[in-house]
Design a protein around this ligand. Structure first.
Ligand code: FAD
Length: 485
């Protein structure tokens, strides 16, 4: 158990990121090289081990947070790692990437100083790898059944690892040339270096999971044929259909979807190209969209040497009022900003974000290249334009980060597997992840949930694996932390 009064004599002290100007000189993780263990042990000891651990309930994976806090507090890192891995296949991913709803739910958040759960998770996971506590866990016996997993993002990887360990033969089919989904070509290395992904993939290969890259199922690889070859199929293709901006000038050179840009940046990191095909270097950059994807574009553009970076958000500034879709003012218990915003403030002397603005049109030069965006201020309640508030912002590179509406429209999976879309554009499934009218086909991750978080993708992958195991064998001991409804 942790010290029940630990929080009274130890203040919350998150691990500090590297100085902003240092981080902008490379693509290494924001926290690269920080010494976590001693600090984290003391921080874990702030956990009150609440009778009802709200942190546990707030985590889609049901992470046993008070339990591993207790082990971390007393320096029993092996036991902490065991408890962490009991509910999470990839804690080094979530320790770096999760927005940590567990910290918002921590009772100490009422005082604005929750336990630094995310730091503790990362420290346990990293130390476990360094100490050799994490190794392959191949199954003791094989079931004779085979499963195709389509897509190798965190949902597909979690489903594949669970099913392989349960004794099934699992083949992961991935459209890209490398495994990892958005962890590979979406999320930049300054949030999570790819070595963490490589290490897990190596572990999974040793356990027996087979990866086939360069296979577009529904395109070059026939999905119906795949279904016949395997006893079950998990569709974990993500939500790659990016929303667009249907305004004048959209066709101008220099206006790109955020994911086109981020893939180029990530490919340079992978060594595929010396220079990115789309670069922010020497350009005034405007990012349209205020979410994670937009913030990652801000961080990437700064590292590439952008002249300036502005991020436009149609929503009002947090805390400044309430948006029309929020019935009550939002109460941000622990308000976070992206590290990229801090970096931009340091470099430019001002926050890059401009709120409550909508794009009316793009303006081009004689050569057909974008040179400005025309914007209007919008009402926070209903996003209607405020008359007389038009303004222009110069831009030589515009990145659209407006969210995603479901799996790619062009993919042939629907016809070939008999999948249907729900009202939001995601692939429909029942509460047990099974696709209606497609026997033996299951849907997990962003493909069914819509754009979400890594922690949800892993939780859905685990739960879908339990559903598949039960479908194949009539019973399962695999955990199902979430339902699909
Ligand atoms: P994906 O990761 O999208 O993987 C789907 C995979 O399926 C891809 O590899 C794709 O190539 C493959 N595929 C698609 N179609 C086919 C086909 N027909 N045949 C074969 N393969 C196919 N979440 C966080 O929690 N924290 C963050 O900091 C964060 N940052 C983000 C930054 C960006 C830029 C983006 C875009 C998202 C971010 N997210 C973040 C969200 C998170 O990455 C996703 O919720 C998560 O990756 C979804 O996992 P998934 O496995 O469902 O899909």
């Amino acid at each position: 158990m942790t010290d029940p009064s630990g929080f009274l004599h130890t203040a919350r002290s998150p691990v500090p990121p590297r100085p902003a100007e240092e981080r902008l000189g490379d693509w290494r993780e924001v926290y690269a090289g920080q010494v976590l263990l001693p600090l984290v042990s003391a921080q874990a000891n702030r956990c009150m081990d609440c009778g009802v651990p709200f942190c546990h309930g707030a985590c889609p994976l049901g992470n046993l947070i008070p339990e591993w806090n207790a082990y971390a507090a007393r320096g029993d890192w092996r036991a902490a790692s065991d408890r962490l891995h009991a509910t999470n296949n990839f804690p080094e991913f979530t320790g770096r990437l999760c927005p940590a709803p567990c910290e918002d739910a921590c009772v100490l958040a009422l005082e604005g100083a929750p336990v630094t759960i995310k730091n503790v998770e990362q420290a346990i996971a990293d130390h476990a790898w360094e100490s050799g506590y994490v190794g392959p866990a191949p199954p003791g016996r094989h079931s004779g059944r085979s499963v195709a997993v389509i897509g190798s993002g965190p949902a597909g990887l979690a489903a594949a690892q669970q099913l392989t360990r349960a004794g099934h033969t699992v083949v992961v089919y991935e459209r890209d040339d490398r495994v990892g989904g958005l962890l590979r070509y979406g999320i930049p290395a300054f949030k999570m270096e790819k070595s963490h992904l490589e290490r897990r993939i190596a572990q999974m290969r040793e356990e027996g999971t087979v990866f086939r890259t360069g296979c577009e199922v529904g395109g070059g690889v026939d999905a119906a044929e795949l279904r016949r070859r395997h006893d079950a199929v998990v569709v974990a293709v993500g939500a790659g259909q990016a929303r667009d901006l249907d305004v004048g000038g959209r066709e101008l050179a220099g206006v790109h979807q955020a994911m086109e840009y981020l893939v180029c940046a990530n490919r340079v990191g992978e060594g595929d190209a010396a220079e990115p095909r789309i670069t922010a270097e020497g350009r005034r950059v405007v990012v349209v969209g205020g979410g994670d994807t937009g913030s990652d574009c801000v961080g990437a553009a700064l590292r590439q040497g952008a002249l300036s970076v502005v991020q436009i958000d149609i929503n009002p500034e947090p805390g400044s009022g309430r948006a029309g879709h929020e019935p009550w003012p939002v109460y941000p218990k622990v308000y976070r900003i992206s590290h990229a915003h801090e970096e931009a403030r340091g470099r430019q002397g001002a926050d890059p974000r401009l709120f409550a603005l909508a794009t009316l049109r793009f303006e081009g030069d004689a050569g057909g290249r974008v040179r400005a965006l025309h914007l209007t201020r919008v009402e926070p309640q209903d996003r209607s334009p405020v008359p007389g508030t038009g303004q222009a912002v110069e831009a030589e590179l515009v990145l659209l980060a407006l969210g995603f509406s479901g799996p790619d429209r062009a993919c042939g999976l629907e016809g070939q597997l008999g999948l249907v879309r729900d009202g939001r554009g995601a692939f429909a499934r029942d509460s047990g992840f099974a696709a209606p009218r497609a026997e033996g086909v299951f849907v997990a991750g962003d493909a069914g949930r819509g754009q979400s978080l890594v922690v949800w993708a892993i939780a859905e992958g685990r739960a879908a694996a339990a559903a598949v195991d039960s479908y194949l064998t009539g019973r399962t001991e695999l955990p199902a932390p979430v339902r699909a409804d």
